[in-house]
Ligand binder design. Structure first.
Ligand SMILES: NC(=O)C1=CN([C@@H]2O[C@H](COP(=O)(O)OP(=O)(O)OC[C@H]3O[C@@H](n4cnc5c(N)ncnc54)[C@H](OP(=O)(O)O)[C@@H]3O)[C@@H](O)[C@H]2O)C=CC1
Ligand SMILES: CCCCCCCCCCCCCCCC(=O)[C@@H](N)CO
Length: 359
């Protein structure tokens, strides 16, 4: 037998008599994994095509409604630190003047300007339109609008004054529609711009005590999704931010009427500093991300409630796909614990009432 024949018989022996085919499922698995990896790599390669070009804040004109206090003021300071020109919009003039001084301290060059405009963003559209026109004449077309003017209120449904349901929608919802409407035409003409809406974690889940507040924040999401679909071809990007409780004068005011249940439930995601919220939301708006969340709970809530919202990066989409089931499982535990907080508070109240009667 020649050595060549010896070799071919060894191969035939191996093919027919060894159990290499037991490895077949593993080989197939490997092929599938290779395909998935190749697909993901391909997606990453085309991702710059779907991610917007970042906005340059240096020299940009940023209008911040609610810019005289809390989160809005911190956002204005954050943008100023990156070289933007700022228009602060709010009602109270003395608060505006004070905030202007604070923002000016964050200047990085001597050309930067802070403009103050006193107007109620929720009442008369014509008035809002006219002040936006004024500020565009002074500082140029608006590159980024931050809709942060807003107010919160917590209380039990039957104890909330019915007027409050209307005022919440007016300030938090219409107060974001009007300024947006006033800047959008110019943005479309220029084929550039950023619109930011400050919703809340209470705009992703409805919670005890927020029957008046939550709906006004949920409404912003619907507005933002519809607007983004209309504006994308014009290179205008919309961002919705969902901050947790943030240490501001607004929160201090809200805490005065906050039911115990609401306080205990909100403690889940803690209290954040406005500067931290500002850093995150400004970065997201600059990048043109639709969603902006703060902290691990914020991240989970956003993945869980992404629904049909637009996706701005491949990574974000993949993360949502992979994590949703897991986060829903975690969410069920949270919901269970919230329900038990509500039940315990009710029992405690009833016991206290019964004890009062006995005395
Ligand atoms: N703090 C928190 O825990 C969280 C807050 N948010 C949201 O962030 C936004 C800012 O909150 P925060 O910083 O706490 O609030 P603040 O009360 O500290 O600031 C609110 C700002 O909005 C202005 N404003 C209120 N109503 C109007 C109006 N009708 N027209 C024009 N300006 C108005 C206020 O000025 P003036 O009164 O002079 O008009 C002020 O500048 C709100 O939309 C809030 O719902 C979201 C999640 C958490
Ligand atoms: C996987 C699922 C995770 C679930 C985590 C749930 C956490 C719930 C906490 C909700 C906090 C609500 C803050 C409202 C802040 C606000 O808008 C007002 N303070 C305004 O002043």
């Amino acid at each position: 037998m020649s050595s060549e024949e010896g070799l071919s018989s060894t191969i035939t022996d191996w093919l027919f008599f060894s159990s290499w085919w037991l490895l077949l499922p593993f080989i197939m698995l490997l092929v599938v994994v290779a395909f998935v990896v190749a697909f993901v790599l391909l997606l990453y390669m085309i991702s710059p095509l779907i991610s917007p070009k970042p906005l340059k804040l240096n020299g940009a004109h940023v209008v911040v409604t609610g810019g005289s206090s809390g989160i809005g003021k911190s956002i204005a300071m954050e943008c100023y630190r990156q070289g933007a020109f700022i228009t602060l919009v709010a009602r109270d003039e003395s608060k505006l003047v004070q905030a202007k001084k604070e923002v000016e301290k964050c200047a990085i060059n001597d050309k930067q300007v802070v403009l103050c405009i006193s107007v109620d963003v929720s009442k008369d559209y014509r008035q809002v339109e006219s002040v936006i026109k004024q500020c565009q004449e002074k500082l140029g077309p608006v590159d980024m609008l931050v809709n942060c003017a807003g107010t919160s209120f917590s209380g039990k449904f039957e104890e909330v004054d019915v007027e409050r349901f209307r005022s919440m929608m007016e300030v938090n919802y219409l107060g974001s529609v009007y300024p947006t409407r006033a800047v959008i035409t110019t943005m479309k003409e220029r084929r550039m711009g950023r619109i930011m809406f400050i919703s809340s974690q209470a705009g992703q889940i409805g919670l005890f005590g927020y029957t008046a507040y939550s709906p006004s924040k949920f409404a912003l999401r619907g507005l933002a999704e519809s607007l983004q679909m209309e504006m994308k071809p014009y290179n205008i990007y919309v961002t919705v931010a969902y901050p947790p409780d943030t240490d501001t004068p607004g929160l201090a005011e809200e805490n005065r009427t906050k039911p115990l249940e609401t306080r205990l439930i909100s403690e889940t995601s803690g209290v954040t500093q406005p500067e931290q919220v500002a850093k995150i939301v400004v970065k997201d708006a600059v990048q043109g991300n639709f969603n902006s969340s703060v902290g691990p709970d914020g991240y989970m809530l956003s993945a869980l409630t992404c629904g049909m919202s637009p996706v701005t990066s491949i990574t974000e989409g993949l993360q949502q796909i992979v994590t949703m089931g897991l986060f829903r499982t975690i969410a069920l535990f949270y919901l269970g614990s919230f329900d038990s907080i509500v039940r315990r508070c009710m029992i405690q109240r009833e016991q206290a009432k019964a004890a009062d009667k006995r005395e």
